[in-house]
Write a protein that binds this ligand. Structure first.
Ligand SMILES: [Fe+2]
Length: 451
């Protein structure tokens, strides 16, 4: 990776983060409390602070910008609810000034000398961390029902509905040995083999043949389950799913109403029925459910119940990776379904451009060798796998990247519509608790019988 590319990634992260903050009027900076989001100004300060901790203090011991703020920007030192206390934090202009000062320092650090691989790794790590927070600021806008994010440009023309059956149905993935994950030790660790701790080390696995749907589950397919009373049929839900199904919560924020609305789940969280028609909320707009688009904002329990209703199952994360990348031992390793070039807008719905609004058969240029579409982008795909470290896991530079999620989270794969294109690759593992439906999660399925 050359200096120009690194600086461009830094400036893209700066520009997109600033746009997400400055596009909000002052009164919208105080987002309603929700356990799945953070106040946007806190996210901005926190991500700037991350560069201070993981670049400046590690590389040259630069003292922090404001030592009094260090604990408040650090996610492990401040309670979640305290992030809403405006009396503890600077306002927008001061936070932007802090953010820009740090970004200027990072930029001059990159420009001032030739970076060693170890230094490049830390710079890239911190820029990727910013991009993770760009995704969470975007889902915050959806959670609290704010206007669409500046990157949203729903202008892409989808190809017409495929008349050809080859785009539908299952891809058959043959039995055999597959390579999973990124190398634990690599001379290219700061470059092509950059990976987070949980994707390492690489290993081989033997899988029997299986059949996986070429396309993600669409809203049309999920709606049939809702309309056939799927949420009233406990036999379709697992023990954990039934427990979630009985849990009443206040869904006023999700439904965009001002009075408390205490309900157990009856449909996807951002759906409502209006005059006999299903509608979905995208940011602050209610629209008819986009039938051909992938279902999004469903949690693990909903995905699992849909599978039980349809006579299908969720893939394991290894099946998912074998279908997406198809890496065999002894062959050149591919990081994306299409090869090794990072995603282009023709290949995947990333970067909040289309927000999973295009049909499930779109993005033919991003098809995997097995014939599956949208494996990268559009939706984070639920797998049946519990999030555990791979054998030989080692804690990386940031000890809390994965360790707090191991055990009780489910693995999702592939990145979603709000994921930054530079962040995602086919080996990337994102962990979410099974009940999360506020994030950009959907799913695809496998046939119950082996292919
Ligand atoms: Fe963070």
């Amino acid at each position: 990776m050359d200096r120009t590319t690194l600086l461009a990634e830094l400036e893209t992260a700066r520009r997109r983060t600033r746009a997400l903050i400055t596009s909000l009027p002052e009164d919208k900076l105080d987002v309603p409390y929700h356990p799945g989001v953070n106040p946007p100004l806190w996210e901005m300060g926190h991500a700037a602070f991350f560069y201070e901790v993981f670049v400046f203090s590690l590389l040259d011991g630069t003292p922090s910008y404001d030592p009094a703020m260090d604990e408040l920007w650090d996610s492990f030192h401040i309670d979640h609810t305290d992030r809403w206390r405006r009396d503890l934090f600077p306002g927008r202009e001061e936070t932007l000034a802090y953010f820009d000062t740090i970004y200027d320092r990072v930029a001059s650090g990159i420009e001032s000398k030739t970076l060693t691989d170890a230094e490049l790794y830390l710079y890239r790590y911190s820029i990727f961390h910013q991009n993770m927070h760009i995704e969470s600021i975007i889902w915050c806008r959806q959670t609290v029902g704010y206007p669409a994010v500046p990157d949203f440009q729903p202008a892409r023309i989808a190809p017409g509905a495929p008349g050809n059956e080859q785009y539908k149905g299952d891809a058959v993935i043959p039995a055999g040995r597959w390579l999973i994950g990124m190398p634990g030790e690599s001379g290219a660790f700061a470059h092509d083999d950059f990976a987070f701790d949980n994707e390492k080390p690489r290993f081989e696995i033997e899988l029997p043949a299986f059949a996986m749907s070429k396309l993600p589950v669409s809203n049309r397919e999920f709606m049939a389950f809702v309309d056939e009373g799927g949420y009233e049929r406990p036999e379709l839900w697992s023990f954990g799913g039934r427990k979630w199904l009985r849990t009443e919560t206040d869904i006023a924020l999700a439904q965009g109403v001002s009075e408390p609305l205490i309900q157990a789940p009856k449909q996807p969280v951002y759906w409502r029925k209006q005059d006999g028609q299903w509608q979905q909320r995208l940011f602050d707009q209610w629209q008819p459910v986009n039938l051909d688009a992938p279902v999004v904002h469903v949690n693990y329990w909903e995905a699992e119940a849909w599978c039980n209703w349809a006579g299908r199952r969720l893939p394991s994360e290894y099946e998912w990776e074998a279908a997406a990348l198809g890496n065999r031992p002894g062959e050149p390793f591919r990081r994306f379904p299409w090869g090794n070039e990072p995603a282009s807008p023709e290949q995947a719905d990333l970067g909040a451009r289309n927000m999973a609004q295009n049909p499930v058969w779109d993005y033919p240029a991003g098809e995997s060798r097995s014939g599956c579409r949208q494996m990268v982008g559009s939706i984070w795909e639920w797998t049946s796998s519990q999030f555990f470290p791979y054998d030989g896991f080692r804690i990386d530079v940031y000890p809390f990247m994965s360790t707090l999620q191991f055990g009780d989270h489910k693995v999702t794969r592939g990145g979603g519509c709000a994921t930054s294109p530079n962040l995602i690759r086919g080996t990337y593992r994102q962990a979410y608790l099974a009940q999360r439906n506020d994030v950009f999660t959907g799913f695809r399925t496998c046939a119950l019988t082996n292919a």
